[in-house]
Design a protein around this ligand. Structure first.
Ligand code: ZN
Length: 490
């Protein structure tokens, strides 16, 4: 519809949020008055009442942002295997309990990689007095010898460039350069970080430097996972800031450049950890599950506010608000806070394995893992007829700016192990255009998340979860893989 049935509540909520301190709950806690049933075709009065009870408090209570402050400032960075990752598990269990939502832990064995001392420099030569590099080891990196290593740098612009060099990279540091400039570039270049170092190691390189995958930089390196094959060659690998990548590139135009690198990271034995699972049981079909996912772990730098604290608080808040409805939706809404999305995906795999028998009854899955930006719309990975089935349910999203279908991916990494079971994926898409400014960097802190944007996306998630659990009919299950979907528009 052209004018929003929720225009008034949204503007009221935004007014309340702008006039109050960001994290303090607003005094307006009464459910937002729903529009008359006649205003929205296809939804019953009870369903519209639920829309008011979900969207209104999500926008006005400031609860999701207060929760995010607890997780980021209170628990802090929470890399898999660390003490703070365990503290995050305990925090989530306590929070669900306080919300009156039943929750439990499910076991996950996780990698336990630990960052150590790390620095590097362009070595003094006849052309330069040398320069320190702003860098950060990639998760999964091997250490250098304690005294460090020094080698000549060879630049490549792609994995194909690397392959073409063959054993010319032997004994050298491979520098992966690219020109990421917007969020949509991430998928194109991420392979250089995740697979490049392993391929360089196979060709005899002694270390790898990867230009940070970032859309903004004040000389801040952005880390991320790199994968080596089991029992295969490994090497020390670090992300350098965009500025340092540009400097290396310029210097390499004028002749050979040597870099000295010291990385003190280590890989400890796998650690015991957990996914946190919580649910609101369905009133009619409790065995049919609508899954809401986000990942509880983060990198060990910054405090994982956008990645993925924002997603965590959105799905927790959705469960809290749905649990408070006078009547539970038809189906079960299950929240899964996955462990180890960042450097192993062990939580996603453990969930799909432990719940394999139930997956045919997972009727929809949503993963929020694209930051705390405002909501934009809904994307689907389902069988035919999905849009027609959900269209009437988009009306309450109009006032949030998200009442439309979008092409592009609907999944998240933690959901990918459920693909073979043909679970329909529903993407509640948020604006991620500034996500990679801070992603995986020291700068991913609470102050980067706008409380109003977060509350709007939280409202959208809460409503879509309810819609999927309440709609009379089920989404048809997808037949092909998610990668068959057209890529997101630039
Ligand atoms: Zn993430």
């Amino acid at each position: 519809m052209s004018t929003s049935v929720f225009a008034l509540p949204v503007s009221l909520a935004l007014h309340l949020l702008t006039s109050a301190a960001p994290a303090s709950p607003s005094p307006a806690t009464a459910p937002v008055k729903p529009p008359p049933a006649s205003a929205v075709k296809g939804l019953t009065a009870a369903q519209l009442d639920a829309a008011g009870r979900l969207v209104g408090p999500a926008l006005t209570e400031g609860h999701s942002y207060a929760r995010l402050a607890e997780l980021t400032d209170g628990v802090g960075p929470r890399l898999s295997g660390s003490e703070s990752a365990e503290a995050a598990v305990q925090w989530a269990l306590r929070s669900f309990k306080a919300d009156g939502v039943k929750a439990w832990k499910e076991p996950v064995k996780v990698p336990h990689w630990v960052r150590g001392e790390e620095h590097g420099e362009i070595v003094t030569s006849e052309r330069t007095r040398g320069l320190p590099l702003s860098l950060m080891a990639l998760g999964g990196s091997a250490p250098t010898p304690p005294e460090g290593l020094t080698a000549e740098v060879v630049e490549v612009g792609s994995l194909e460039d690397l392959a073409a060099l063959g054993d010319q990279v032997k004994g050298r540091i491979v520098f992966f350069n690219h020109d990421m400039s917007e969020a949509a570039d991430y998928g194109r270049f991420a392979g250089m970080r995740s697979r490049g170092p392993a391929l360089a190691a196979k060709q005899g390189a002694v270390a790898a430097l990867v230009r940070s995958l970032a859309t903004a930089s004040l000389r801040s390196p952005h880390t991320g996972a790199t994968r080596f094959d089991e029992g295969g060659a490994r090497l020390p690998a670090a992300a350098v800031s965009v500025e340092d990548a540009l400097t290396l590139h310029r210097m390499l135009q004028g002749g050979p450049v040597k870099v000295r690198l010291v990385l003190g990271c280590s890989e400890l034995p796998d650690a015991d950890s957990s996914n946190v699972v919580a649910e609101v049981r369905g009133r009619e079909k409790p065995d049919e599950v609508v899954l809401l996912g986000a990942h509880l772990d983060s990198w060990d730098v910054g405090t994982g506010a956008h990645d993925d604290g924002a997603g965590v608080v959105m799905v927790m808040e959705a469960a809290r608000l749905i649990a408070k409805l006078p009547q539970a939706p038809r189906r079960t809404v299950r929240v899964v806070l996955f462990m180890n999305e960042e450097n192993g995906l062990r939580g996603g795999r453990a969930y799909a394995e432990a719940h394999a028998k139930e997956l045919p009854k997972h009727v929809a899955a949503v993963e929020m893992d694209a930051g705390g930006g405002p909501p934009l719309g809904v994307s689907l990975h389902a069988g035919p007829g999905g849009e027609a089935l959900l269209r009437p349910w988009l009306a309450p999203l109009d006032g949030l700016g998200a009442g439309r279908f979008m092409v592009g991916h609907a999944t998240g990494a933690d959901l990918s192990p459920m693909e073979p079971a043909h679970v329909p994926f529903v993407g509640v898409r948020v604006d991620s255009s500034r996500y990679f400014d801070v992603h995986h960097s020291m700068a991913d802190t609470l102050d980067k998340v706008d409380p109003r944007d977060l509350s709007r996306s939280t409202a959208a998630v809460a409503w879509m979860a309810y819609a999927l659990a309440e709609a009379p009919a089920l989404l048809a299950r997808p037949t092909g893989p998610e990668s068959d979907n057209p890529p997101p528009k630039k």
